[in-house]
Design a protein around this ligand. Structure first.
Ligand code: BTN
Length: 243
């Protein structure tokens, strides 16, 4: 397994995307950086992380038998691998917040940015970016974030945590490659934040409404039970879970 270690880079996702277009990479090639100057989050947001304190890395993975419409399974596999890594270190109160944030005690401990390279309407390969808060202890209050150190009260070795993640990631990918999609989906749903709890959401127009999270659809939309027993599914652009 090739690991490219960098002191500083704009974004490990961007860097890995660039080298993957020029070179033939092995599966699970990793780019890890001590510092990102332009770390990217979901929905065009910035991913901020103190230099040298956390894990910011990206993994290259070729995609063989996953339909374009099932690409959410990449989020499932990655979320489960992160969840299991954190569980191994006894991080308390873990949940996966749809679509792919990992929470400990209601605070975000890790985020995932997946960028798929598609050729002729077929998923070719994926750049899977992980931001995992490890040893940072002070966060901007507005962001409500936490870290392994804040959750467990000790300092962690960054390399060790990354290797543990890669082991879990390979196991989860093996399940996906063997076609165990239903089991992976069920595992993911069992870890969903606020599942079956009365919750408040905001729609794209900014209006609030309430409902119960029931699970996800096969394409990764969030399935809610609304008033009058109505079941409806929502895409990421249509809904935000508030509480
Ligand atoms: C999110 O929760 O918004 C996703 C955050 C993903 C951050 C990681 S850090 C490594 C990789 N490189 C990036 O620029 N982003 C991802």
């Amino acid at each position: 397994m090739r690991i490219i270690k960098l002191d500083a880079i704009d974004s490990t996702n961007t860097f890995l995307k660039e080298i993957s277009s020029a070179d033939t990479l092995e599966d699970y090639t990793i780019v890890v950086a001590k510092q990102q100057n332009r770390g990217r989050g979901q929905m065009g947001k910035v991913w901020a992380s103190n230099a040298g304190e956390n894990l910011t890395f990206s993994v290259f993975k070729r995609i063989s038998n996953l339909q374009f419409s099932n690409q959410f399974y990449l989020s499932i596999v990655t979320s489960l691998a992160l969840y299991k890594t954190l569980k191994y270190y006894n991080v308390p109160n873990l949940f996966v917040k749809w679509p792919n944030d990992i929470l400990s005690a209601n605070k975000k401990i890790a985020g995932i940015l997946i960028e798929n390279i598609v050729k002729k309407s077929k998923l070719e390969y994926s750049i899977i970016g992980i931001g995992l808060n490890v040893n940072q202890t002070e966060f901007n209050d507005l962001i409500s974030a936490t870290s392994l150190k804040n959750s467990c009260g000790r300092t962690f070795d960054l390399d060790e945590v990354m290797h543990k993640f890669i082991v879990e990631f390979k196991i989860a990918f093996k399940s996906l490659d063997s076609g165990a999609t239903e089991a992976l989906k069920a595992d993911y749903e069992s870890k969903l934040f606020r599942k079956n709890k009365p919750s408040t959401f905001k729609n794209a127009e900014g209006n609030l409404f309430s409902g119960f999270i029931k699970g996800i659809s096969s394409s990764g939309n969030l399935v809610l039970l609304l008033e009058d027993e109505i079941i409806e599914e929502f895409t990421l652009n249509e809904i935000t879970l508030l509480y």
